[in-house]
Design a protein. Structure first.
Length: 73
């Protein structure tokens, strides 16, 4: 089975997580959004940076609104 994410994309995420752990990772354009507080946010930043560089990363999941699980009365 093929990799979903390239190795270099994984490195970008790893770097973002490392910076977040050290308190150096900033959110927003030009880092004006303040420091990142959660690991999830750090992963999202790493993936978006990898996407911008053109690395192999699956497309961003858009809001999937389904009616599964809802019952009609």
């Amino acid at each position: 089975m093929a990799r979903k994410y390239s190795k270099s994309a994984s490195k970008d995420v790893e770097r973002a997580l490392h910076e977040e752990k050290r308190g150096k990772l900033k959110s927003g354009k030009g880092g004006k959004g303040g420091t990142v507080k959660s690991r999830k946010q750090a992963i999202a930043i790493g993936l978006s940076e990898a996407r911008k560089k053109g690395k192999k990363v699956p497309k961003k999941a858009t809001g999937r609104k389904g009616r599964a699980g809802k019952k009609k009365k």
